[in-house]
Design a protein around this ligand. Sequence first.
Ligand code: GDP
Length: 298
Amino acid sequence: DRLLGGFAKTSDRLTGNIAGLLGGAARLTEDQLDDLEDALILSDLGPRAAARIRERLAATRFDNGVDEAAIRAAVAEEIAAILRPVAKPLDVTAFPRPHVVLVIGVNGSGKTTTIAKLAHLFQEQDYAVMLAAGDTFRAAAIGQLGVWADRLGVPIIKGPEGGDPASVVFDAVKAATDKGTDALIVDTAGRLQNKRELMDELAKIRRVLGRLNPAAPHDVVLVLDATNGQNALAQIEVFREVAGVTGLVMTKLDGTARGGVLVAAAEQYGLPIHAIGVGETIDDLRPFDPDLVARVIA
Ligand code: GDP
């Protein structure tokens, strides 16, 4: 699907393994339901979503007979039903300005790229954007975010490498408030290896933000790499505890058949999914369209 870049289908796995798929019968057999459930789990949808879809398909009458296309359509509909409640674009209209979006995630997840893509999206919506380089732990992170900021023509507030992220955030909110900036996007360190330190660091950032504006951060967006499969789910678990996640962006859905992890995340956590990443360029952030994504996964 062009809209989703190279976002690949899991469907061959989905229907290819179902035994004896001959047209005619109006219902799936128990064996076929078992095969389907296994295929859904193998496609990263997770046991809960797989069981739910199995149950729904067990109750489905296929008036034109069971075949690949009919199963695919039925699975897509069930996936869409799981995804629709969590589809929610980021809304950066909080007042007073700025609306603060804290972006979290492990290194390599696509956090920096996603921040640039979000900045670009907000610019297209005519919002004035500012970035804060709150990952002071990695000099490369500050540099890379700076390159994107220059390219986009977006101001960026930085501190020294190894400096206090909370003080960068403090300066950034001050600057954004003075300039009347609409949306402030804050990068953070992704050092999950050192959970205690990261937790303290994020807590301090939140305290500083809250002192300047009790409603901030307005969003805490966790960036997840879809190619990590089930590991992405484990990251939701940890970051919910460490940072109080309010929504997700799933990256690297291009060229992978691991879109099923979106369904598992929706079923298990119910967190809003704001957007998906389907490539490395600034335009490769897509709104999360549950029906389209469901059709691609199925
Ligand atoms: P960070 O360490 O979490 O800040 O990750 P980066 O933003 O630096 O991204 C890590 C790598 O993943 C880079 O090579 C990015 O170009 C790439 N990347 C980020 N998002 C996507 C995506 O949606 N699709 C693909 N194919 N690559 C991505």
